[in-house]
Design a protein around this ligand. Structure first.
Ligand code: ZN
Ligand code: ZN
Ligand code: ZN
Length: 265
């Protein structure tokens, strides 16, 4: 693979499914004035050589696009069909209009079935939808093999997510690698292998207390340290721990992600 120019990773959303602040909650994190404690739902944008790759389209995607002003979305990867990762799909329409192009969407078969159930009118548009303003998406089911996506080589692989499964995503830009596993409850060997020596890893680290579908801060930090990855971050954060305290507690180089975090790759 050729070596593309520098890529720019933007963490659009660092929060768990409720978002932080949580509606109606008056805990210290939800009332915090530190902007890093405002955690919108998960999303990651990777831009390189004018190509925009979007990982997950949360219900906050529209606000994230307004805030971060990324110019293009050429391809989307969806990690799994939970509401906090897919419900912004409709807002891709605006990028169809700006770009005058279709957008490719890549997801594992089980995720694609879920997307079909929610967004049937996009996957198999009924005749009465003709002429309606709807997102133009080229749905492409992925297997285990890496696929070319603009300047990137992308690979999705399965990780346990409580009783369900999600995809972890590896994005290669030449010899540099991003690994994102925003929703996972265990570290299977495939994820440990992918994280080893990666340039940037964004790993689920919901909170200290155990959760059936997510990693704890301790388990995620331990795995990140063991991986030897260069820039390790926790993501999918709840409202249990303020950013400043988490930053102070974590063993370097592990850090908490926050909305608006920009990382070169
Ligand atoms: Zn999630
Ligand atoms: Zn709270
Ligand atoms: Zn999930």
């Amino acid at each position: 693979m050729r070596e593309p120019g520098e890529a720019r990773i933007t963490v659009l959303g660092s929060g768990t499914s409720t978002g932080v602040p949580v509606v109606g909650c008056s805990c210290p994190v939800c009332l915090s004035r530190d902007p890093r404690d405002r955690r919108s739902r998960c999303g990651i944008h990777v831009a390189c050589e004018g190509f925009g790759l979007q990982i997950d389209v949360s219900p906050d995607f529209r606000e994230q696009a307004l805030r971060h002003r990324f110019g293009r979305v050429d391809a989307v990867v969806v990690t799994h069909c939970h509401a906090d990762h897919v419900l912004g799909l409709d807002d891709l329409r605006r990028f169809n209009t700006i770009q005058g192009t279709q957008i490719s969407l890549h997801a594992a078969p089980a995720t694609m079935r879920g997307i079909e159930r929610i967004f049937g009118y996009l996957v198999k548009p009924p005749p009465e939808q003709a002429g309606m303003y709807r997102a133009k998406i080229d749905f492409r089911e992925t297997g285990d093999e890496p696929f070319e996506c603009g300047p990137f080589l992308v690979r999705l692989f399965d990780v346990p997510h409580g009783p369900a499964h999600a995809s972890a995503v590896e994005v290669r830009a030449g010899s540099r690698r991003l690994v994102a596993a925003t929703d996972c409850s265990e570290i299977p060997p495939a994820l440990a292998d992918a994280m080893r020596g990666a340039d940037v890893v964004l790993l689920d680290g919901l909170r200290h207390r155990p959760h059936a579908a997510h990693l704890t801060v301790e388990r995620a930090s331990e795995a990140l340290l063991a991986s030897g990855c260069k820039r390790p971050f926790l993501i999918h954060l709840g409202h249990d721990i303020p950013h400043a305290r988490l930053l102070a507690e974590l063993p370097p180089p592990v850090r908490p992600a926050f909305d608006g975090l920009v990382l070169p790759l």
